[in-house]
Design a binder for this molecule. Structure first.
Ligand code: AQP
Length: 333
């Protein structure tokens, strides 16, 4: 059965290895399957839930498009656009925010993490972010949503919102209930400096992440400085239980060469950490350097990138405006 795929990435700068392995790599695989209809959105409305510099935001939108294309998504085959060009997203988000319950949103762990101790100072947008995400997905009747593990809870909320809308208005199956597509292993890539925190764009230390625009030297240097511990390379998976940083590095390596954690452990058991880090740097450079070079090349062609957005948003508008029109009728507008 053909799948309708929808997913988004925030244009908040510094797209990193976590975004790549957790989400974009999967976007590429899904978009290469001609039986799937794929829509990839640069979620700029989500980005402003935290303060953005307007000029940087504009650049970051183009850089995110460049990253999609450089990673292997073909804009001729998939719809690529930015959310703010399709007004139905904001409109559907408002309507769905009248369906979602405060109690549901209060349980969202990402809000708690991002708002930190001073929840009173967080924007209302940051709190209601998952409702906008539900609107994004439901407008396109997406059947499958490839995301990193950190977005699992938001997707469950999206399903609850869709179900409640369908029940309340007695329109069975009108909003399609989407399935998450989350990798089984290593769906969450952690910081190179702290194995208990996810690799993130907003982390202050650049050494905590591999950016998709990093050069060969930067990648090698970051892996050299990545936190490990004083114990030797593990021989069994059990030994990784309390060794979060080491588990993360072994996970990254296994993900990149598409093998299991167990096989990686066996092949490096008894070897020095420096041997493992050298090999990890090598596979990272092989994977990331061509993407990084291509992003830089594409970024020089702003006209081409803007054209992708114009064409993509026209196609997205066609689909989303039909759905929001039906939503209006159902609601009684
Ligand atoms: N560390 C990660 N491991 C695996 N997947 C990840 N994703 C993000 N970080 C990791 C996945 O990447 C997709 C796009 O994420 P996003 O940019 O829209 O939002 P985010 O999750 O908030 O990303 P960051 O890096 O953590 O940004 P900041 O620091 O700005 O909050 C999503 O599918 C996400 O799961």
């Amino acid at each position: 059965m053909s799948k309708k795929i929808f997913s988004g990435v925030q244009p908040t700068g510094n797209l990193h290895l976590g975004n790549y392995l957790g989400a974009i790599k999967n976007f590429v695989k899904l978009s290469n399957d001609n039986t799937n209809d794929c829509i990839f959105c640069v979620v700029d409305l989500h980005a402003i839930t935290a303060k953005q510099n307007p000029k940087e935001l504009k650049d970051n939108i183009l850089e995110t498009i460049a990253t999609f294309v450089a990673s292997g998504i073909d804009p001729k085959k998939s719809i690529i656009f930015n959310q703010s060009r399709v007004p139905a997203h904001s409109e559907a988000a408002w309507i769905l925010s009248c369906i979602a319950r405060m109690g549901w949103l209060n349980r969202m762990t990402q809000f708690k993490e991002k708002a930190g101790k001073d929840k009173e100072k967080a924007s209302i947008g940051l709190f209601s972010y998952p409702v906008l995400m539900a609107a994004d997905i439901l407008l396109y009747d997406a059947t499958h949503v490839p995301v990193g593990d950190d977005q699992k809870q938001h997707l469950e909320l999206c399903r609850d919102i869709a179900q409640k809308f369908n029940n309340e208005f007695e329109v069975e199956d009108f909003l399609k209930i989407p399935e998450p597509l989350i990798q089984k292993e290593f769906s969450r890539i952690m910081s190179l400096k702290d194995g208990s925190k996810k690799m993130s764009k907003s982390e202050l230390s650049d050494l905590s992440r591999i950016n998709l625009t990093d050069t060969k030297d930067q990648i090698i240097n970051k892996i050299k400085k990545a936190k490990t511990d004083t114990l030797p390379m593990p021989s069994t998976i059990e030994e990784l239980k309390e060794r979060h940083e080491v588990k993360n590095l072994i996970g990254i390596y296994s993900n990149l060469i598409e093998t299991s954690l167990e096989k990686t452990i066996v092949s490096f058991s008894g070897k020095n950490f420096s041997d493992f880090k050298d090999k990890l740097s090598q596979v990272l450079v092989e994977k990331i350097e061509p993407i990084s070079n291509e992003i830089k090349k594409l970024k020089r062609d702003k006209e081409y990138l803007s054209q992708i957005l114009v064409e993509g948003s026209q196609k997205a508008n066609e689909i989303a405006s039909k759905k929001i029109k039906k939503i209006h009728e159902i609601v009684g507008f």
